[in-house]
Design a binder for this molecule. Structure first.
Ligand code: NAD
Ligand code: FNR
Length: 178
């Protein structure tokens, strides 16, 4: 007898290996962001593609942060952050913030403004969302940070940057015809 999918025990449904999941996820193009924070625990930043709009009332983003990242305790304590969405000019900066580089070397490679929460905003970012962390949920290896947006900086001229198939791709704006 074959059981309907909804009646199968969870163990039999949990059949996707981590590598198969990652290979499939590499097919989802995503924006690239540098998430920054500053506060009592100090300044830190990391590259993140796991960023998503949740609701516009109140304006809220989510950011997924691996609890094994060196920056994790700093974000956990500060409870504020800035989501800096990268332009096509920021590929090497994304790699610097993507792991293993000392924090001072990451920040000294670019220019930063200070937002109302104290979090650094990347000069020249496509968009900077200044946020307070409003809720945190743990799922597996990651914390899902729900972030209420309290201020926004925008650059309407820059091109975009997409991470797809484990590589960066520039995303050009269409010129509007006169
Ligand atoms: N959500 C994440 O934590 C996340 C996302 C992208 C990349 N990364 C890290 O960046 C590095 C390079 O990644 P890559 O895309 O070139 O190759 P990869 O094979 O490590 O990852 C492919 C895709 O799988 C997903 N992924 C990777 N690691 C994950 C994790 N720990 N949890 C949830 N999803 C994950 C992402 O969508 C990623 O783009 C790796 O160390 C990877 O772990 C982490
Ligand atoms: C393109 C791309 C995208 C992501 C990442 C990397 C890269 C290159 N990394 C990994 C993350 O940036 C890295 O773990 C941190 O920089 C922390 O590294 P250290 O522990 O400080 O070396 C990452 N980590 C995370 O927790 N959530 C995410 O969404 C992403 N996305």
């Amino acid at each position: 007898m074959t059981l309907p999918l909804k009646d199968l025990p969870l163990a039999e449904l949990a059949g996707v290996e981590k590598q198969a999941f990652r290979d499939a996820m590499a097919h989802l193009g995503s924006a690239v962001n540098i998430i920054t924070t500053d506060g009592p625990a100090g300044r830190a930043g990391f590259t993140a593609s796991a960023v998503c709009s949740v609701t516009d009332t109140p304006p809220t983003l989510l950011v997924c942060l691996n609890r094994s990242a060196s920056v994790y305790p700093i974000f956990e304590q500060n409870q504020v952050l800035c989501v800096n969405t990268l332009s096509d000019l920021h590929e090497s900066l994304s790699n610097l913030f993507g792991g293993k580089t000392p924090m001072e070397a990451r920040f000294s490679a670019a220019q930063w403004l200070t937002m109302a929460t104290g979090s650094p905003a990347l000069q020249g970012a496509l968009t900077s969302f200044d946020c307070r962390v409003s809720q945190v949920t743990q799922v597996g290896t990651h914390d899902v940070l729900f972030c209420e947006v309290i201020d926004i900086l925008r650059s309407d001229d820059s091109h975009g940057l997409v991470y797809f198939d484990r590589r960066y791709h520039p995303l050009m704006r269409q010129k509007t015809s006169a």
